[in-house]
Design a protein around this ligand. Structure first.
Ligand code: ATP
Length: 495
């Protein structure tokens, strides 16, 4: 059995291989690569963009189509600067950072200590757990001198300079800002707008618009998918932590006092949804927050076991009435809900500020989750005893970027014409790929490597009896079916 040390190395090398695969097959490229890239920014290529869209569509459907009381919006990235004062982001959206004076490298304090704790765990698990518990306690109390002492006492050093020569701990705001409009203002800050660090605020400021125009009754939700920007200090681990990323958020508006009921509902519902996306239950776990954000009265992460350890995939937060109350205060508008049903239940009519339970999942992190589960290198012995191998992406068929590859065996004898007819029949219903070049085995391997769940080969027999060979990606089994059945068969499997 592999020991801990080799396990870590295997996981690291798996991760490097996965990143290489993403690039080689057109899933993800470093941004502006011809200029050597831009740190922690990535572009999705032809297959990545399609896979990402399919994941988005599944989430959107699960929220807005399958819940009658959830609607979706698409708010702008730029928002009035006061939004971020009201939300607390101007004052609070920061991480404690520490700089190494010799290398000038900046670290997030929790990441620095966690990295050390991971190493310590190999030798003394109890000591590592105690260290992390103490760190949590000190972070909760914003006790920066004690945190610095903790780093020094454990002689935690910089990975570059290897020294323990640290600055004091300071807060660093993660919001990007930019100048807005062409008119120069007397006061420079009048022109500053922020790139939104979360999509949630676009939902809160539209609460009344949506509630009134959609005649929404509490409980109801507003969902949104969109870009968010954070000037992450330690941006690493590929698309796990980026400076520009995408969130899929849903704010669920409820009666005050019912928040724990809905918090538990969404906690369960969201984990089940991840499982429906093919993530095994044992690869997911809940992590309750020990330090609650300024707006929350309960919060947890749904974590996934990434190749680099258990990390947050989605956050579930009970945000109380904090956001709506803050926007009411800063905008001087009344943002409340008139609950007619309370009267029918024999309680007095009431206006109140709704409470909110939020579900917030990182689209890119979910993409990485799905790919890291899908990637496999397989070897087996053929009938003649020789070895064969393949790389396969076992992406669930319903979200695979290409569903069906249509492959005429030869480029002649009327086979491409039949294949084109099948292509025309299917391409309006799902993503198809047509290819007539190279040996059929090579074409199958290429389709395995990009996760295409079905391949159909058109050969001479097709001309005689109108049957084709359909090949299944996962078990590589092949069967002969009538060409007229192909579309139905694929639709059945991807629905
Ligand atoms: P972390 O603790 O990992 O920094 P967070 O608690 O700040 O994450 P939230 O503010 O709860 O994250 O954001 C909701 C979701 O957005 C996260 O669960 C994550 O999936 C995603 N997310 C947050 N920051 C990033 C990022 N820099 N890159 C990619 N996805 C991100």
């Amino acid at each position: 059995m592999a020991n801990e040390a080799t396990k870590v190395t295997d996981q690291q090398s798996f991760f490097i291989t996965l990143i290489g695969h993403c690039k080689e097959y057109g899933f993800i490229f470093p941004s502006s690569e011809i200029y050597d890239g831009l740190s922690a920014v990535y572009d999705y290529g032809q297959l990545g963009a399609q896979l990402k869209k399919n994941i988005k569509d599944e989430w959107w459907k699960s929220m807005t189509q399958l819940h009658e009381n959830i609607v979706g919006i698409d708010a702008a990235i730029f928002m009035h600067p006061t939004v971020w004062k009201a939300s607390g982001h101007v004052d609070n959206f920061s991480d404690p950072m520490i700089d190494n004076k010799d290398s000038k490298k900046r670290y997030r304090v929790d990441h620095l200590i966690e990295g050390y704790a991971d190493e310590l765990k190999q030798k003394d698990e109890a000591a590592a757990d105690a260290l992390l518990a103490l760190m949590d306690e000190l972070l909760k109390n914003d006790d920066y001198p004690a945190l610095k002492k903790l780093i020094e006492d454990h002689k935690i050093s910089c990975s570059i300079s290897k020294t323990c020569n640290w600055t004091d701990i300071r807060q660093f705001n993660l919001m990007f800002s930019t100048a807005f409009g062409a008119v120069a203002s007397e006061k420079e800050e009048d022109n500053i707008v922020y790139l939104r660090p979360e999509t949630a605020q676009g939902i809160f400021v539209n609460f009344l618009n949506v509630q009134k125009t959609g005649r929404m009754k509490i409980p109801f939700g507003i969902a949104q998918i969109g870009k968010a920007f954070r000037n992450e200090i330690v941006a690493r681990q590929f698309i796990f932590r980026m400076r520009e990323f995408e969130q899929m958020e849903m704010q669920f508006f409820i009666r005050p006092g019912s928040q724990m009921e809905w918090y538990n509902y969404w906690k369960e519902t969201r984990k089940k949804w991840h499982e429906s996306m093919g993530i095994p239950s044992e690869k997911l776990r809940y992590h309750n927050h020990s330090k609650l954000a300024h707006y929350a009265d309960a919060a947890l992460d749904i974590e996934f076991e990434f190749p680099f350890g258990w990390k947050e995939l989605e956050g579930i937060h009970s945000r109380t009435d904090f956001d709506l109350s803050q926007h009411a205060k800063f905008s001087k508008k009344k943002i409340q809900y008139f609950d007619n049903d309370l009267n029918e239940e024999g309680k007095p009519y009431g206006n109140y500020t709704p409470y909110v339970v939020e579900t917030s999942v990182g689209l890119d992190r979910l993409f990485l989750t799905i790919l890291s589960l899908a990637y496999a290198e397989e070897k087996w012995n053929k009938e003649d005893g020789s070895e064969d191998s393949r790389i396969v992406l076992r992406i669930p068929a319903k979200i695979a970027p290409t569903k069906l590859a249509i492959l005429p065996l030869l480029k002649k004898d009327g086979l491409p014409e039949i294949a084109r007819e099948l292509m025309d029949e299917c391409k309006g219903s799902f993503m198809c790929f047509y290819e007539e070049k190279d040996a059929i085995g090579k074409r199958y391997r290429r389709m395995d490597a990009i996760g295409t769940p079905f391949c159909v080969t058109i050969d001479h027999q097709t001309k005689e009896d109108k049957t084709v060979t359909i090949r299944y990606r996962d078990d590589m089994k092949q069967e002969r079916i009538p060409i007229s059945e192909v579309k139905k068969r694929v639709l059945e499997k991807i629905s």
